[in-house]
Design a protein around this ligand. Sequence first.
Ligand SMILES: [Zn+2]
Length: 344
Amino acid sequence: MRATVMFGAGDVRIETVPDAHLIDPTDALVVVTRAAICGSDLWPYQTMEHSETGRRMGHEFIGVVEAVGAEVRSVKAGDVVVAPFLYSDGTCVFCREGLHTSCIHGGRWGGDDVDAGQGEAVRVPEADGTLVVLPVGADDALMPSLLTLSDVMGTGHHAALAARVGPGRTAAVVGDGAVGLCGVIAARRLGAEQIVLVGRHPDRIALAREFGATDIVSERGDEAVERVRELTGGFGAHSVLECVGHGLSTVTALDIVRPGGAVGRVGLPQEASIPESLPTFFRNVTISGGPAPARAYIEELLPDVLEGRIEPGRVFDRVTDLDGVPDGYRAMNDREAIKVMIEP
Ligand SMILES: [Zn+2]
């Protein structure tokens, strides 16, 4: 079968790899019908050292179940399913607490013996705990939005929960990538009164406004902090969603949160330590977040997608087949595309 393999920075190829097949009785074999390139795939795209064997790519996918192992109960051949960006058993102590990212039997796509999403098919470990059956056909018009449940919409939701967004509160979202845009959707969905987006790309800002952003701050650094304070009565935002992970964006996030407020971090940190330790201490700021347990949020967010209350699939502004994936990486890296959907 064909799948996406990264061999080093800027070097993404579509290669012939061993066919995905069932190994364990808890596996499902899924033929991928939609996949996506993630902003987090751009980190290795920018920095990965050359590898002879390469690394299979992709952790966001929807597909049709082709076969299941003898112990699989919750999905069957023919089901249309979405997978979250990590697999998990659904039964361990952490999964039962809703923290599937810490599943003691879980893991990541593209690891040892596990396929990744940007290819023709995937062996899904722990299929009962991992996959969610979608009550739609494989080519339903809602596919882009359903695909965001595998990662970016769940991650935006996680940022909003970690930042304690709620009715009557002001929210600020740092970052206008797909996760930041989904953070705007999540903040609105959870009742934020004012939603300030800190971002500077015109196409993304326009989408953020449609998703519910009430104010846009396109300045950076200290000027962005000043501007957000002006917009929030001088004190900053109750809830700040940090959706980038760079040092500067993290400093901005920690500087625009008001005393007693909370920062939800979902951008993969690029620094070893959290900045602004002293001022956030004295302002009693809560700093929370981490990788989103996307699996835990699929059931909660799915009805809103199915009934059209949220349309996170609008973050996809380019669609390609497998052959176009290398150029899709380039387009996202060059900020030509917000997010690329793949139809293998
Ligand atoms: Zn688990």
